[in-house]
Design a binder for this molecule. Structure first.
Ligand SMILES: CC(C)(COP(=O)(O)OP(=O)(O)OC[C@H]1O[C@@H](n2cnc3c(N)ncnc32)[C@H](O)[C@@H]1OP(=O)(O)O)[C@@H](O)C(=O)NCCC(=O)NCCS
Length: 193
């Protein structure tokens, strides 16, 4: 197993996995482009036998940028994060459907979380809550995260605007909820300096 930085040669395979796990057109080439050679957008893949098995992405944001990035409860996110200078928001984590349940998702979160630790003061993750599989919640809890809040119909407006379908809800709107997880024991800025 190789855990490496995401590169443009991985685009096609990552998009294929994303279309079947997150829904058609949820991830796009312009979106993935942001993760190449950036100081704030970070993405990693797991490779087995030259094939992409999994992908995870994170973005480093200030509290004000976080407020602009999230889709709902913007003021709540700002209050939660305002004492930290750099917040790592985990974006997508996906594993090829043929390799689900073999520990790859756990490895993606564990290794990327460790790598990003020195670049941020606080880690957040929004988890897509599904009827079929809530493995991501399990993975975050194992990696020292705690659940803070559930946000209902999180992607409703965004899915209508950007016209992506959800594997659970079908064509837009997506009515799924998200759960927000924060890494426990994040040092406050005052403690860190
Ligand atoms: C979420 C996802 C990345 C997990 O990857 P994975 O490689 O299957 O995960 P792992 O094999 O590392 O298993 C993770 C843990 O979840 C547990 N798990 C499996 N199914 C579960 C379920 N339905 N509910 C809760 N926990 C579950 C496993 O037992 C395992 O825990 P353990 O290590 O303590 O035994 C993968 O299922 C996926 O790509 N799903 C579709 C996209 C998605 O939902 N991404 C997350 C969006 S926030």
């Amino acid at each position: 197993m190789e855990f490496i930085t995401f590169q443009s040669k991985h685009f096609e395979q990552v998009l294929t996995i994303a279309n079947s796990t997150l829904g058609a057109n949820y991830l796009t080439v312009p979106y993935l482009n942001k993760y190449l050679n950036s100081n704030t957008y970070f993405a990693f893949v797991i490779i087995e036998d030259d094939e992409v098995i999994g992908f995870t992405s994170l973005v480093i944001l200030t509290p004000k940028e976080l407020k602009k990035t999230v889709l709902k409860e913007k003021d709540w996110f700002y209050e939660l994060s305002k004492k930290y200078a750099r917040i790592a928001l985990r974006k997508q984590t996906i594993v090829h459907p043929n390799f689900i349940g073999k520990g790859y998702g756990s490895k993606l979160v564990e290794l990327s979380s460790k790598l990003i630790e020195s670049l941020c003061d606080f880690q957040l993750s929004t988890v897509w809550i599904k009827r079929s599989n809530n493995a991501m919640s399990t993975i975050l809890l194992k990696n020292g995260f705690e659940r803070t809040k559930t946000l209902h119909n999180y992607w409703k407006a965004d899915s209508l605007e950007n016209k992506y379908s959800c594997p659970e809800c079908g064509t837009p709107p997506c009515m799924c909820s998200t759960e927000v997880y924060r890494k426990k024991n994040a040092p406050a800025l005052t403690d860190a300096f």
